[in-house]
Design a protein around this ligand. Structure first.
Ligand code: NAD
Ligand code: UDP
Length: 320
């Protein structure tokens, strides 16, 4: 197959490139590097099945008329809260105009289309765990609204292309995913805590740390996406790991794995508390019954094992 991946130089996009290349598919990676990195795709550049096109997908996407495509996987978008707060307009544009362009390309090429959506469409949820039927609790004008509403629009236009143009679409609602090739400074909890622990700095907990998240290792996510590509489910499907922990528990687990840290001699604490960002969801946990039933998928990688691999990766990046 020939697969175009928007956002292919990002954390998740680069894992999809790697997974599909290892199965001998051809990849066209399209990225403008706003949050992605050339390092993420460096090892693929010599592969004859890999092509990089540097392009902003909010602008019309032109692919040679003669070049067929089997799939468009639309992963382009800033994804971490500090990224989408730094690039609010670009985030809204890539979720709206970028999704429209990517759908238009899939339609023109008679290709299938998969949208990387997010658990953020559920906002600060009033039910836990979150099943796909839940419509969410999003503040459209809050700081996270630029991401949440862009993704909600992206889902709506994807379903419209499916219903009105008969486009063969998929929507994956991705819950917090972590692993090798995350950016050390992307501001998300897992890279922040690991880097802080490795540098023997305090781990920065926002709020009192009682808010919950459920972290999925990237290999499990990619396997779930592949299974979804190989079904005919057009409605959204949650992919995530239902093991729910408080953020304080995650921080303590990372401290334990890195070195069982004690307060340091100059009285720095292993954990310090900081203000909770506005509209930060209080709970998050995927209901994965649909993925279990229809895809035969569930996560396999244990949190401790995934964290160990990720810690090893960051150790090699920062040289400690
Ligand atoms: P990332 O920032 O590492 O990757 C996003 C990629 O998209 C980057 O390479 C960036 O340069 C590229 N990009 C952004 N805007 C672009 C544009 N206008 N044109 C071309 N390229 C553009 O983030 P990620 O964690 O890999 O997330 C990838 C996708 O998965 C995003 O759509 C995100 O919303 C979704 N997602 C991720 C998670 C997660 O936990 N990582 C959770 C839910 C949803
Ligand atoms: N968080 C934290 N300290 C950090 C980074 C994040 O306490 O240094 C919290 C954040 O407020 C949120 C949770 O960890 O409650 C997960 O944040 P992340 O940015 O990883 O993902 P989110 O689920 O918020 O998109």
């Amino acid at each position: 197959m020939k697969v175009l991946i928007t956002g292919g130089a990002g954390f998740l996009g680069s894992h999809l490139c790697e997974f599909l290349l290892s199965r001998n598919h051809e990849i066209v990676c399209m990225d403008n590097f706003i949050t992605g990195s050339r390092d993420n795709i460096a090892t693929f550049l010599t592969n004859p099945n890999f092509k990089l096109i540097e392009h902003d997908v909010t602008k019309f996407i032109e692919i040679d008329e003669q070049e067929p495509l089997d799939w468009v996987l639309h992963f382009a978008s800033p994804a971490s809260p500090i990224d989408y707060l730094r690039y609010p307009i670009q985030t809204l544009k890539v979720g709206s105009l970028g999704t429209h362009n990517a759908l238009g390309l899939a339609f023109a090429k008679d290709a299938k289309f998969l949208l990387a959506s997010t658990s953020e469409v559920y906002g600060d949820p009033s039910c836990n765990p979150q099943p796909e039927e839940y419509w969410g609790n999003v503040n459209p004008i809050g700081p996270r609204g630029v991401y949440d509403e862009a993704k909600r629009f992206a889902e709506a236009i994807t379903m419209a292309y499916h219903r009105y143009h008969n486009l063969n679409t998929r929507i994956v609602r991705i819950f917090n995913t972590y692993g090798v090739r995350m950016r050390a400074n992307d501001g998300r909890a897992v890279p922040n805590f690991i880097i802080q622990a490795l540098k023997e700095e305090s781990l920065t907990i926002y709020g009192d740390g009682s808010q919950t998240r459920s972290f999925c290792y990237v290999d499990d996510l990619v396997r779930g996406i592949w299974k979804l590509m190989n079904t005919e489910i057009h409605e959204p499907v949650n992919i995530g790991n239902p093991q729910e922990l408080t953020i304080l528990e995650i921080a303590k687990l990372i401290l334990k794995i890195t070195q069982d840290r004690q307060p340091t001699a100059d009285n720095r604490q292993p954990i310090t508390y900081h203000p909770l960002p506005l509209n930060d969801p209080k709970v998050r946990r995927p209901d994965i019954s649909l993925a279990q039933e229809k895809l035969g998928w569930e996560p396999k990688v244990k949190l401790e094992d995934g964290l160990k691999k990720t810690i090893q990766y960051f150790k090699s990046r920062i040289g400690c």
